[in-house]
Ligand binder design. Structure first.
Ligand SMILES: CC(C)(COP(=O)(O)OP(=O)(O)OC[C@H]1O[C@@H](n2cnc3c(N)ncnc32)[C@H](O)[C@@H]1OP(=O)(O)O)[C@@H](O)C(=O)NCCC(=O)NCCS
Length: 154
């Protein structure tokens, strides 16, 4: 029997260690040494910065969004989908959700950094979500990958 796909968006509580462990696992899988620990996620969750997409109740994508002090922009700091769910549109859906939530919260733009050597990121952020290249940054200090700063005006 085919199971219905129920997609939802949640924000974990700062003390919900089970969910935070799962989010950290996805983040570490996506970013290696730059991944966010469970404990640090808890601090971000306290301020309402952690966003998740769930599929039939399981967290399969996560993002950390940090509001700026100096203006009304925000940085998408972590953004990852669990690898067994890649290329099924979940990254696109979470990004769309972040746009809606941020607009409602009065955030005026998003910025994020990406490695321009990864075609999937061109597709996801630039072609599909409408981000544009704002600047070329210096290389990642450890991974020695090139880095672009992208922006999306809400
Ligand atoms: C980047 C990431 C979030 C994308 O999530 P996702 O759920 O797979 O993304 P989506 O399925 O919504 O969209 C991906 C798009 O890229 C396309 N794509 C995938 N691999 C591609 C490739 N090698 N070349 C070109 N396009 C590619 C997909 O076909 C899809 O486009 P489509 O909808 O037109 O078919 C996911 O790969 C990930 O978590 N990676 C590790 C962490 C990471 O790199 N995060 C981003 C940091 S800036």
């Amino acid at each position: 029997m085919q199971q219905n796909k129920i997609i939802d968006f949640i924000q974990p509580d700062a003390q919900d260690w089970e969910k935070l462990e799962r989010i950290s696992e996805i983040d570490m899988q996506g970013f290696g040494e730059d991944g966010i620990s469970t404990f640090n996620l808890s601090q971000f969750a306290r301020g309402g910065s952690v966003f998740c997409l769930t599929l039939n109740g399981l967290i399969i994508a996560e993002a950390v969004v940090l509001r700026n002090f100096r203006d009304n922009g925000a940085e998408i700091f972590g953004f990852a989908v669990a690898k067994e769910y890649f290329n099924q549109g979940y990254g696109t859906r979470l990004l769309q959700h972040l746009k809606e939530v941020a607009k409602e919260a009065g955030i005026e733009y998003f910025e994020l950094t990406m490695n321009p050597d990864r075609p999937v990121l061109h597709r996801l952020y630039i072609q599909k979500a409408g981000f544009y290249k704002k600047a070329e940054l210096t290389q990642h200090p450890h991974k020695h990958e090139p880095r672009w700063l992208l922006r999306y005006d809400l």
